[in-house]
Design a protein around this ligand. Structure first.
Ligand code: AMP
Ligand code: MG
Length: 270
């Protein structure tokens, strides 16, 4: 395992998840050492979201994918805790409805992409259509195999339309998933999160990893890059994701709109 683990595989690089340590924590010895940074990130993200909203030029789409108990919900809760709810839309993609299935696979997705000025968060996404759909044989191979190209074209359309796309794969180990499932069974307040069906998916762990590797390899583009986030430690996961969102928003070089002229001449009537 390399000392500095890359967050983003290069476009074209064949991803093998065994090369990425889910317990990696960079320079940080422990959670305490990251506390101040996490707090200042929360404040910085609030400022950046405000100018994103005020400027109204760009949209940010954050796509979260992970195995069950990978931390998608926890990421949204922690990383977005400081931002103004008015400027964020979270969409959780579940099993498609009959109406969804009567359309192309991107139809239900496109309706939820963020408008300019907003942050959209996808809790699962169109990637399920090359993950669960592939592993569970929900459609024949000739149907899912062409979807990687459709996804790249769709993401290109969004990028060309002012949407900045960040895709995060929250990478946990199989053993970490076992521990998180055990906590869901043992702690009454977490029982509701447990579903027997999750164990069926767990049985196919290796097939899911292979499907993820293909998605991370084939849909990793300059305009919509994948980030492989070491996610066994929740605090490190939150740190990496908030750092990435902040860097990305800062790179957009956003500005508040110019004020109306001569504001200093204005007298507010009684
Ligand atoms: P959860 O995220 O735990 O609420 O579960 C949502 C479920 O919906 C997961 O089991 C996903 O695999 C499933 N799901 C999401 N998108 C699709 C899709 N396109 N086709 C089939 N199942 C899906
Ligand atoms: Mg679930």
């Amino acid at each position: 395992m390399s000392k500095h683990q890359p967050l983003c595989p290069k476009p074209g690089h064949h991803v093998q998840l065994a090369d990425y340590d889910p317990s990696y924590k960079g320079e940080y010895p422990d959670k305490d050492s990251a506390r101040d940074q996490l707090k200042s990130n929360r404040d910085r993200l609030r400022e950046l979201q405000e100018v994103l909203w005020a400027e109204g030029k760009h949209a940010l789409l954050i796509i979260l994918q992970a195995m069950d108990a990978g931390g998608k919900d926890g990421t949204i809760r922690h990383v977005m805790s400081g931002v103004n709810p008015q400027g964020v839309q979270v969409t959780s993609f579940k099993v498609p409805t009959p109406e969804d299935l009567a359309h192309d696979f991107l139809w239900r997705i496109h309706q939820h992409t963020p408008p300019r000025g907003s942050i959209g968060i996808f809790n699962r996404s169109h990637y399920e259509d090359v993950l669960v759909v592939r592993v569970e044989n929900l459609v024949p191979p000739e149907v899912w195999k062409v979807r990687y190209d459709h996804i790249n074209n769709f993401e290109r359309l969004l990028a060309d339309s002012g949407v900045t796309i960040l895709k995060f794969f929250l990478h946990i180990s199989k053993n970490e998933q076992k521990e998180r499932f055990a906590a869901r069974l043992n702690e009454p307040d977490k029982n509701w999160k447990f579903s027997r069906g999750d164990l069926k998916v767990r049985e196919k762990w290796d097939q899911y990893m292979a499907a993820y590797e293909d998605a991370l390899t084939r849909c990793n583009t300059g305009y919509a890059p994948w980030h492989i986030v070491p996610a066994n430690r929740k605090w490190y996961r939150n740190l990496v994701i908030s750092n990435t969102i902040i860097e990305t928003l800062e790179s957009l070089d956003m500005q508040y709109p110019a004020p109306e002229p001569d504001l200093d001449q204005i007298v507010i009537p009684d």
